[in-house]
Design a protein around this ligand. Sequence first.
Ligand code: ZN
Length: 115
Amino acid sequence: MAWWRGFNMYLCPMIFVFGYHPITRQIGPVEERECANCHNSKHWLLHKRTYFISLFFIPLIPTRIEYFSSCPICNFREELVREDFKSQEPLARLNREAVERDMTDEEYNQRLEKL
Ligand SMILES: [Zn+2]
């Protein structure tokens, strides 16, 4: 007799929906550079991607983190090591804030010097 024949659904009525998926956060624009793929010169975007084990589509356990920057035109990406990501992160956050709200050049340059 197979083992599941004696398995009573009333003793185990819950169904768990597990998943594994990434969540990508765009940190902000970093330095301007030429893309090796499309050859446009633009400010590349810094990203952090975290892979989660999820339960009922709610991310619970982070398992892996990827860092990369990407071309805003063609999405060509370049992997980064954690140290490179950490060194570019303050600039990306400042640039993102400058883009999202009206920041004067004076304030931007003051904060850029502090980085
Ligand atoms: Zn490109």
